[in-house]
Design a protein around this ligand. Sequence first.
Ligand code: FMN
Length: 347
Amino acid sequence: MNLYSLLRPLLFKLDPETAHHLTLASLDLLVKLGPYNPLRKRYPLLEKEVMGLRFPNPVGLAAGLDKNGDHIEGLAALGFGFIEVGTVTPKPQPGNPRPRLFRIPEAEALINRMGFNNLGIDHLVANLEMLGPREFILGVNLGKNKDTPQERAVDDYLIGLEKVYPLADYVAINLSSPNTPGLRELQHGRALETLLHGLDEKRTRLAQIHGKRLPIAVKIAPDLTREQLREQAEALVRHSMDAIIATNTTVDHSAIESLPHGGENGGLSGGPLRERSTEIVNLLHQLLGSDLPIIACGGILSAQDALEKLNAGASLVQIYTGLIYRGPKLIDSIMAALLRPGGAKTD
Ligand SMILES: Cc1cc2nc3c(=O)[nH]c(=O)nc-3n(C[C@H](O)[C@H](O)[C@H](O)COP(=O)(O)O)c2cc1C
């Protein structure tokens, strides 16, 4: 019995957002007190180079849990090889009214319609500036403000890119949250071309100023057809993007419709997303081969689930909902499975 399995029943009695804040505050405290020394957990055998970056291990924290970068050191102390903070938008915004986060324990799932609640890019930048030397990779996930008109969406991503450029190891472009009206439309056709072109052009200019080329990953939805995936994959390669993150939450609630909260609006994550997101990773791997690395995310609740994603062609994995249901032990059990002979597929 570990600490998290003792605490979970108590936390699950609280409203999910309150439990979220309480857990992260406790984690920060634990790190300050000592037992979670950020330098404690190292897995040298699991180091991996992806996007030209050296990842200390392939297991990352998915975006959305630490939107403002307020808890980076505490989260890194859990053993993650990389932490993706955000989604952050140029201006602060409150997100949707509460309640906006729902547990569906029967399916080890969550539905959220947070709507990019965040304190704005300047708050995040100030947090990143205070970070000491670190041994993990830091990604920043960028989005657009709700009140930015669709035709100016690109500007919001470019503002984000410019502000975090010297501080992040990579940026993730979030085109796939279901909770910002119009956002997912940026995944297709002309809108996608314009956005990717703008990002690549801006990066070329910033690379000259800062003397480094910042890798850009694009995060996609699971609710795409094979044809749409093909179109996206080709566009990403054409515009020199560095990775694809598959996937965000799904708007398909058919698996949990009959369960309590199953009918809430928002993106579904956790158990019911696993199979679909692995299918997407598989398809992308067929389409992309070694042209673009895949960072897999969606429904990883066990070490076996992480291996499934890696065997489907992913180079790295990320978790969110699994952490809520299984606790930090999940990270250790994935590492243990990867370290077992034949556990990790090396490339
Ligand atoms: C409460 C909550 C908030 C999220 N916020 C974001 C976000 O701000 N940006 C983002 O790219 N993804 C966000 N996600 C999606 C996760 O990063 C992840 O892609 C998705 O939940 C699937 O992984 P999982 O099944 O391991 O949770 C959020 C997910 C949850 C549950």
